[in-house]
Design a protein around this ligand. Structure first.
Ligand SMILES: [Mg+2]
Length: 143
């Protein structure tokens, strides 16, 4: 598998369903934030994100946001209502924060996926950490 290619492609994060996560044996889903789970301009988690996080949790999947965004307070404020842990200033494509998350949540690389919109950061970080990379399209507002 080329390092330039994601293992799976989705249009939007909502398309990553609990059924798919179960079938793919995913226990830990590392998610990019900007343009993956939200538009860059969104200050609060959208209803569809809250619902999706709930569904994933019910399916036994741990979600952790791993972002290159360095605005710690903004990230904490955004993640608090949806009760997901977050890592800011992650410096993807460096794999360090991904590996740390796999260790922290006591899982293994085979059960872990990185979901993101950019190959130069998210996909490469996943490949470097030897986990699967799932790519979504750069998020757009639905009018
Ligand atoms: Mg992004």
């Amino acid at each position: 598998m080329s390092i330039f290619r994601a293992n799976r492609y989705f249009e939007r994060f909502e398309d990553v369903t609990p059924e798919i996560l179960k079938k793919e044996k995913v226990k830990l889903l590392l998610c990019d934030l900007d343009n993956t789970l939200r538009l860059h301009s969104e200050k609060e988690p959208a209803d569809e994100l809250q619902d999706w996080v709930e569904e994933c949790k019910k399916a036994g999947v741990k979600i952790v946001i791993i972002s290159n965004n360095g605005r710690k307070k903004m990230m904490q404020k955004f993640c608090e209502p949806i009760k997901v842990d977050c890592v800011w200033w992650a410096k993807k494509p460096m794999r360090k924060k991904l590996i740390e998350a796999i260790e922290k949540y006591n899982t293994n690389p085979k059960e872990t996926v990185m979901l993101g919109d950019k190959w130069s950061t998210d996909v490469l970080a996943a490949k470097s950490a030897k986990i699967r990379a799932w790519k979504v399209n750069h998020r757009r507002s639905i009018v």
